[in-house]
Ligand binder design. Sequence first.
Ligand code: CU
Length: 116
Amino acid sequence: MNANVNGAAPVALALALTAGASPAQLPSVATVHIRDFKFDPTPVTVHAGDRVTFVNDDDEAHTVTASDKSFDSEGLDGAGMWQHVFAKAGTYRYFCELHPYMKAIVVVLPATGAER
Ligand SMILES: [Cu+2]
């Protein structure tokens, strides 16, 4: 019957949200705010495989763009949100393409499984 659909409903809802203008926020280990033309905090240290959320608190548009172009949020409007999974360990320098003096760093350590 159609009555017992509770198990499937959350998945359908999540997919619908992902397709919308305001993407669903997935769990992340760190959030970087873009505020007053600065990335805060920086540097941020995470582990390989971790997802980082970037939130634009300014009214001005900004981007989160890797210096080596390995990732790029493209334009983030005010209140815009973008997430990126850092799959590999390394030091990632990034900046805002619209305001290139806005620079910050994400340090990605090897996956936690290696430490514990
Ligand atoms: Cu900017």
